[in-house]
Design a protein. Sequence first.
Length: 247
Amino acid sequence: MTFIKKYSNLHTLETQKLILDENKHKAGIYMVLNTINNFKYVGSAITNRINVRFRNHCIHGTGSKLVRLAILKYGLENFEFYILEYYPGFILKNDLKHHHINLLNLENEYIKKHNPEYNLIQQGTSTLGYTHTEDTKKKLKENYSEERRRAVGNMAKNRIWTSEQRQLMASLAKLRNQNKALREKFSKLYSKPVTLYNKDGSVHSKYPGIRVMAKSFNCCNKTINNAIKNQTIFRHIGVIKIDQKIL
């Protein structure tokens, strides 16, 4: 199998950070491989979304259902993530024309080549840009009435779960807790400590990250970032500088 990059030890923070750092501003075709049975999943990612797709499939369990169940069964340490090919064009999320179509066609070629067992649909597809008609929305709303919602709730409430189902739900809950702790680690790892200085150069206040400062001043992150980038006076107080972070 030919590939551009290969990542092992997906359960480690180091590998997950490497996937993030090495695939910024890139689009392409990726593969998730089960090293126990060699089952595969092939997908495509638009620009700046390779890491998102990796985390959806392998960390959060919100991507492929079959991949999620396989990771629960075999463990993330028995999976590898590959970049099969980078796509040279820059693909925006709302771009459904030239580059996006080419990327989906490229994905189809790799799906035909590898016949991935975890792909439920053996064809590259995209739902970006698709919206239901008003008539369809109305029918969906009518079909899921308050009465039906209560009925579904009662069915779940009175349902008797098998031991296997309970074990699976426990595993999912454990995985969600692990993901929350991992997200907190990533948040601390990529936060940028900042200091707000008065006009005379003295320290006005310090913050562990831009988001925290933005929340303190009830403004958006972009406002803080622009003030740092342009070194403009923030709120008539002074300039904001990013502190040197020691990892």
